[in-house]
Write a protein that binds this ligand. Structure first.
Ligand code: MGD
Ligand code: MGD
Ligand code: SF4
Ligand code: MO
Length: 697
């Protein structure tokens, strides 16, 4: 039990981890750990499941609070006379369909765009991608996972030929003697995950001394945006100190020589000057991993959300390959997926360049297969569209979309350079938002559609270890709301699609998803609702007749020759450097009590009591130089905007770094500051570093 896990206060001690009479076994609505829980009425209790071992964090414990919250939407809203006013479902959907038709008549199919989310179930993500390609015939569809896992996914694809966040069960970590966590703070972002980590072998790389770093036996504290150099330095030390796993490199990989040509120039003393991490600590980290019997290297958003994110993850993979970790029982490399369905959400076609089953939309065989399942001609499927930020940036522009449908994201708060994104949303001819609450994005919409919540509907999610989980319906939804699937079904019908092409029953949608994914990299065709109802939770790939694949790559990697690729990468540093006007480096991230844009958790009173507003963490000397002390009001400015927050003096901070959580809106929104510089491969924005200035408010 870690300090950040909440002990049961409201729930009787006997309720966990056993199932109370009449309770429904399901999973938490929030993050990718997908902790097991039991829902009885609106009460939530933890349930024994391998990822959480009977634990829940504060958000999980309080997740029932939103089910009957007064803040939830129960009727469609339409903007008339500048105001959002209640409307009937028929009026709202007729209006949306008519607007779509009008916009597409004038601007073509790409005049309307779709933005999805990694919190949507597999069924929703699949049907949303199909709706975009078949009912709208638009190429303009992407989702918030582009802001989350895209760098990790791109690097994994390049190195291993396939991307599954953790290619092994979380419980494998229980046997590890050494785990390197780079840019992840699970003590706050997935507290029960800490139950799988032994502090004595834990190494944490984070510019901040986080609750996770506090528990580690070694904490390296680089400047934000210098991880790639640090990975090169540790790899250099591993080779120089004789720890290269030569037989693994010879038998299971290709390309080491090209990588070494670069790494040879990054000796640890040189890396120390770039990162601020001492050469001795780099060597110690390398030696701890190399001498452990079972070692793992795991990355989180801290190292990935950079304009060089894909190359940075690649550098960590190169280190893992040199140590012989990936694809071996008892060791491994993985990226910790974030959103509830962050894994499944990136496999079934809501991504701009993708078709279901993790297929590529520009692959003729993939188009042929999926078009066959959908009953359309392959030539009628659009090609790849814009990535998330590029899509938002193009809204209302000359060649950009004029209408946008958002399902499961609050981009006004969570997208980078958010003031600009808000301007683009306001330039649209029509913004439609389907949500459970009036998020900051919904507040700007022309039409808002009220949606059922997790416990009121059935579906599947794929967790951080690639397990396909069953989300069960535990209670009836309030009058007036519809499921996302029902909304897509109705809209597709109004747009002239045959009703059976867009089923609203999750079981039917999942069966179709199985057929569409069959034979693809993420093959779900062996899973069906009867198996899920019987309690199975299988790891993909699960081809028909299979029991799933808990551990991938044990015999071969997914490239045609079976070998993993070392890919040479160079350190270039952040897109924006500090200067006289903006002398500090601002980074952003999460706190335990809030989830993402905060649209949901800011409505839960217990969570608001825990963290009522935003703040900036800063070293006391840096604060003092700006004339600030703990608790003072400060402004933080970047080249794009200014936020107004409370100062938290933290002596363990690097003096050159500021940290802000991104869960808050308005003048406290960290994304007013962030730099939308994009990674050339993954199109991930640089959420984790920009040049900034701190001043008294
Ligand atoms: N409480 C809570 N839990 C969540 C979420 C939430 O919003 N709230 N969201 C879920 C989702 S979608 C995700 S993606 C995960 C994210 O989970 P994490 O990746 O653990 O979360 P972050 O706080 O974004 O970033 C982790 C750490 O990166 C550090 N960091 C910043 N810059 C750098 C850098 O340049 N290098 C390195 N090495 N580290 C850096 C930050 O100081 C921070 O402590 O959490 C999931 N769980
Ligand atoms: N500065 C900064 N910005 C970041 C990050 C960072 O670290 N720093 N992290 C990025 C990351 S990793 C992520 S994942 C994004 C997340 O950012 P967002 O995409 O904004 O994520 P949420 O706040 O979870 O928004 C989900 C919305 O969908 C609604 N919703 C929930 N379930 C459903 C459903 O089933 N159907 C529908 N229709 N709606 C639903 C919720 O009420 C909420 O309004 O933020 C990114 N932005
Ligand atoms: S760790 Fe994630 S899945 Fe578990 S209770 Fe907390 S938010 Fe829910
Ligand atoms: Mo995320």
């Amino acid at each position: 039990m870690t300090t950040t896990e909440r002990t049961p206060v409201a729930a009787p001690a006997t309720s966990a981890p056993h199932q109370p009479a009449g309770g429904v076994n399901t999973h938490c609505p929030y993050c990718a750990l997908q902790c097991g829980m039991t829902v009885t009425g609106k009460q939530v209790a933890p349930r024994e499941f391998p990822t959480n071992r009977g634990g829940l964090c504060q958000k999980g414990w309080t997740s029932g609070a939103l089910l009957d919250s007064a803040a939830r939407l129960t009727t469609p809203l339409m903007r008339t006379g500048g105001q959002l006013r209640p409307a009937s479902w028929d009026t709202a959907l007729d209006h949306v369909a008519a607007k779509i038709t009008g916009i597409q008549r004038e601007y073509g199919p790409d005049g309307v765009a779709v933005f999805g989310g990694g919190g949507l179930t597999n069924e929703k993500a699949y049907l949303l991608g199909k709706f975009a390609r078949v009912a709208l015939r638009t190429s303009q569809v992407d989702y918030n996972g582009r802001f989350c896992m895209s760098s990790a996914a791109a690097a994994g694809m390049r190195a291993f030929g396939l991307d599954r966040g953790l290619p092994f069960p979380v419980t494998d970590l229980d046997e590890a003697d050494a785990v390197l966590l780079v840019g992840a703070n699970p003590a706050e972002t997935m507290p029960p995950f800490m139950r799988h980590l032994d502090p004595s072998g834990l190494i944490v790389i984070d510019p901040r001394r986080t609750a996770t770093a506090e528990q580690a036996s070694l904490h390296l504290q680089p400047a934000p945006g210098t991880d790639l150099a640090l990975a090169l330095g540790i790899l250099h030390s591993v080779v120089a100190d004789g720890f290269l796993d030569q037989s693994y490199v010879d038998e299971r990989t290709a390309g080491f020589e090209d990588v070494w040509r670069i790494v040879a120039r990054w000796w640890p003393e040189h890396v120390e000057r770039v990162t601020g991490v001492s050469a001795a600590e780099q060597r110690r980290a390398g030696a701890m991993l190399a001498t452990a019997r079972n070692a793992y290297l795991l990355t989180g958003r801290g190292t990935e959300q950079h304009a060089t994110g894909a190359d940075t993850v690649t550098a960590w993979i190169n280190l893992a390959l040199a140590l012989g970790l990936p694809g071996r029982r008892g060791s491994g490399f993985g990226c910790i997926t974030g959103q509830g369905n962050g894994q499944g959400g990136r496999e079934h076609g809501q991504k701009a360049d993708q078709l279901p089953g993790y297929r590529k939309i520009d692959d003729p065989a993939a188009r042929e297969h999926v078009a066959g399942v959908w009953g359309v001609h392959p030539a009628d499927l659009p090609g790849p569209g814009r990535s998330a930020y590029e899509l938002l940036d193009a809204l209302g522009e000359q060649a950009g979309p004029r209408g946008l449908l958002v399902f499961g994201s609050n981009v006004v708060v969570s997208a980078p350079h958010s003031a600009h994104v808000t301007d683009r949303l306001d330039a649209l001819d029509m913004l439609v938002v389907a949500d459970i609450v009036l998020s900051e994005t919904a507040q700007r919409a022309d039409v808002v559609l009220p949606i059922t919540q997790w416990a009121e509907e059935e579906g599947t999610l794929t967790n951080l270890e690639g397990r396909i989980l069953h989300r069960r319906r535990a209670l009836a939804p309030p009058d007036g709301v519809r499921t996302d699937l029902e909304v897509l079904h109705a809209l597709a019908g109004l747009l002239g699609q045959p009703p059976e092409r867009f089923p609203s029953d999750p079981e039917t949608v999942f069966a179709e998803l199985g057929a569409a994914s069959a034979g693809g990299p993420a093959d779900y065709s062996g899973v069906n609702y009867p198996r899920l109802r019987a309690g199975e939770a299988l790891h993909w790939p699960v081809p028909a007749g299979s029991d799933g694949t808990p551990r991938m790559f044990l015999d071969r990697f997914a490239h045609p020759d079976g070998r993993a690729r070392f890919v040479p990468v160079e350190h270039v540093g952040p897109a924006e450097s500090p200067d006289d006007d903006y002398p500090l480096r601002a980074t952003t991230g999460r706190v335990l009590a809030h989830y993402q844009s905060g649209a949901q958790t800011r409505l839960v009173s217990e969570l608001m009591r825990a963290v009522p507003e935003s703040f900036v963490e800063v070293h006391p000397d840096t604060a003092a130089r700006a004339g600030l002390c703990d608790g003072a009001r400060a402004t933080v400015a970047s080249r794009r905007g200014t936020v107004c927050v409370t100062v938290r003096c933290v002596p363990s901070m690097r003096p050159d770094v500021l940290f802000l959580p991104f869960h808050f809106p308005g003048e406290q929104s960290a994304n007013l500051l962030t730099n939308p510089a994009l990674d050339p491969t993954s199109r991930m924005p640089e959420f984790k570093v920009c040049a900034a200035r701190l001043e008294a408010a």
